[in-house]
Design a protein around this ligand. Sequence first.
Ligand code: UD1
Ligand code: MG
Length: 475
Amino acid sequence: MDITTPSSHKAGGLPIDVVIMAAGKGTRMKSKLPKVLHRLAGRALLQHVVDTAAELSARRVVVITGHGAAQVETAVRAFSAASMGLDFVRQEPQLGTGHAVQQAVPALPDDGVVVVLSGDVPLTQADTLRQLLAACDGRQPVLLTLDMPDPTGYGRIVRQGDTVQAIVEHKDASEAQRQIKEIYSGIMAVPARLLKPWLARLDNNNAQAEYYLTDVVKFAVADGVPVVAVKTQDAVQVAGVNSPVQLAELERAYQLRLAHTLMNQGVRLADPARLDVRGTLSCDQDVDIDINCVFEGQVTLCEGVKIGAHCVIANAHIGAGAVIHPYTHIDGGAQPVQVGAGALIGPFARLRPGAVLGKEVHIGNFVEVKNATLKDGAKANHLAYVGDATLGERVNYGAGSITANYDGANKHHTEIGADVHIGSNCVLIAPVTIGEGGTVGGGSVITKNTAPGALTVARAKQVSLSNWQRPVKKK
Ligand code: UD1
Ligand code: MG
C-alpha cells in the first residue's frame, strides 16, 4: 500500500492533472481586464478554479493562457500556494478548445488522468469532480453533462442507450440533434494515455473551423473505448461567465447558497438576499446579521454577536456578545482587528488595521481607531481619532480628541494610563504619556508627559472683562 500519497490524490489509482482553459478573450465582458480575472465573491474567476484543483490535490495544474497572458499568469502566481505544481502554457492564436488542450500536452505526464476545466466556470465543486474521477476509474473518458430547458449554443450529447456516441456542437447539429436537451458542460476527465493520441487526430473541418476538444468522443467511440456521461442537476456548478449580467447572476447564486449554509448553521440573517461574503465568514451560535452587510477576508463572529445594517467588515475577530451598530466600517487588512467580548461599536465607527479592543470597549460615531489598543472598558464615544496609541482600562476619551501621531516624517506612540479622563477636543502630541488616573482638561494641547493622578490643563487661561463695551458702528 502506498502510504505516502493519500487516496484522494488519485483517480482509479492514477494521479490527477488539471488543465484549465483560460485563453479566450471574453469579448462580451467589454472590459480591459481579462475575463478570468473578474471577481466573484472577492476572488478572480480563475482563482476559484485553481482553488478547486487544489482541493482535488491535483499533481499538476496547467493553465492555458492567451488573451492578457502575462497579466493572468502574474495574478495566478500571486494567489496560488508556492507548493502547487503550477504550469502555464500559452495558446496563440486561439484555434479552439481542442487546440488549447493540445498546447498542454508537453506539460502532461502519460500516467495521469486529465481533468479539463474552464477558467470562466468558477463554481464547480470538488465533490462533483470526484464523482467524475470515480466514473473514469483511470480507464475511460467521462463527461459532465446537464439537462437544459434551452440548450441553444451548447454541445449536445448524442447517446445510444447509456453510451455516449458524440458531442455535436450547436452550429454543427442537425435539427433533430438540436432537440436534445442534454448538453456537455465543458468539463471532462480522460486518462492522459488515451487523450494524447486523440488530440493528435483533431481537425477543424466543422462549422466554426475550430479544433474542438469535444471531437475526442468521436475517436473514443471509433477506438471502442466507452464514453461515460455523469449528469449533474446543478446548473450553477457548470455555469460560465461571459457577460457582466452572467457574472452578477452567478454572484447572487453563490451568495444565496452561502447565506443558506450560514442559516442552516443557526445564523440569523435579516435577508439572505442581502448578504455578501467575499472571503470566509465563521459564526458561532446566535449571531444576528442585519441587511446589506459585506464581509471580506477572514471574519469571525463569536457567540451572540449582532451586526447592524450596512456594515463592511474585513479581516476581523468580533468577540462574544459584541454589538456592531449600523454603518460601521472595519478593515483589519494585514493586522486583523480584534473586538473584545461585549464591546459596542458604532454607528458610523471606523476600525483600521491593528485596532485591538478589549472587553466592553465602546467606540461611538465618527471615531477612527488605527494601530491602537484600548483595554477593557475604555470608551471613545464621539468624533475622535485614536492612532498609534495604548489606552488603559476604563479610559474615557472625550469627544473630538485626537492623538497627533505623525510629525510629518515619523509616527509616534501615545500612552494613556488606566482610568485617565481625556476631556473634549484635546490634542495629544505624540510621543507622550498621560499618567494613570490623570485628567486632561478639555481643549488642551498636550506636549509633555503628565504625572499619575494629576489634572493637566494646557490652554489659554480664561479672561473676562466686566462692563466691556462693544465697538459701535461709525455713521
Ligand atoms: C464549449 C464546448 C461545448 C460546451 C460548452 C460549455 C467545445 C468545442 N465546445 O463550447 O460543447 O457545451 O463549451 O460551455 O469545446 N478557450 C481557450 N482557447 C480557445 C478556445 C476556448 O482557452 O481557443 C477557452 C475559453 O476561454 C473558455 C473555454 O475554453 O474558457 C470554453 O470555450 P468557449 O468558446 O466558451 O466554448 P464554447 O464554444 O462555448
Ligand atoms: Mg466558442
